[in-house]
Design a protein around this ligand. Structure first.
Ligand code: FPP
Length: 246
């Protein structure tokens, strides 16, 4: 059956799909409010969007997909909401491991994972171990993530390597620095998508987005799906990336 999404998919140039897409999934609360639902219902609907987008990204050959799932600032939300998001994360991770394997998706995480409860950490560790050998899409969940904390953690680790004589301060360059970030080994995002209209980075991948193309849509995260992802990729493919050159 052909659909609007399929006709958009046909417009994607398979030779220049972004290697790495990062997404700020915003608008779950507003989606729920519009329907007079509790905010948690918005997050539940957001999980469905995650499932659809992961599949669609794999389908068009995206190699890395990073989702801003929980920020270091998100702990400041009401306790019930934090618990609901964490429960949803654990429940979904457990439930979807087999599906990730069926789709050849490898799950990894980025952030201060040690700040999550031991139970949550265990579920994530099991899922990352079970999907470790998959060679398709790498699904990177940014959890307890903050761009500034990431940079601070890198600086601390570098300082300690300098102190113990492992590295010479003169050898510190961009490549070395990037290797001390949580995202060491991952390419920088080519495309950053933010849903629900806000035009800011919100402490997400501050170092890594230096040359990333930004795509902002008014669509609320639970309404974002296969078609919206394809539209973002097509928009990206119309950009000219110069990396500071002319
Ligand atoms: C932003 O909407 C959404 C979040 C902070 C949570 C995102 C989490 C999920 C979609 C569930 C995670 C599950 C998996 C498996 C990745 P908001 O609450 O900030 O919306 P608002 O700005 O409209 O209030």
């Amino acid at each position: 059956m052909s659909s609007d999404a399929d006709s958009l998919k046909a417009k994607i140039d398979p030779k220049s799909v972004p290697l790495h897409i990062a997404i700020i999934m915003d608008g779950n609360g507003r989606w729920a409010k519009k329907r007079n639902f509790p905010r948690t219902a918005g997050h539940e609907a957001g999980v469905e969007a995650v499932r659809e987008v992961v599949k669609a990204a794999a389908e068009v050959g995206i190699k890395y997909l990073t989702l801003y799932t929980f920020s270091v600032e998100n702990w400041k939300r009401p306790r019930e909401e934090v618990t609901a998001i964490m429960r949803l994360l654990t429940r979904t991770t457990k439930r979807e491991v087999d599906e990730l394997n069926r789709n050849n998706v490898r799950l990894i995480t980025t952030g201060r994972i040690e700040g999550l409860s031991p139970t949550r950490r265990r579920v994530l560790a099991v899922a990352t171990a079970k999907t470790k050998k998959n060679t398709g899409l790498v699904l990177n969940l940014a959890l307890n993530y903050g761009g500034r904390s990431e940079i601070i953690d890198a600086v601390k680790a570098i300082a300690s390597s300098v102190k113990s004589g492992l590295i010479n301060p003169l050898d510190i360059n961009e490549e070395l620095f990037a290797n001390y970030l949580y995202t060491a080994g991952l390419p920088d995002p080519d495309l950053l998508v933010r849903t629900s209209g806000e035009k800011r980075l919100s402490n997400f991948l501050l170092w890594q987005t230096s040359y990333t193309e930004l795509y902002i849509t008014d669509v609320l995260w639970p309404d974002f799906g296969r078609m919206e992802l394809f539209a973002a990729i097509i928009d990206y493919q119309g950009r000219e990336r110069r990396f500071g050159k002319i």
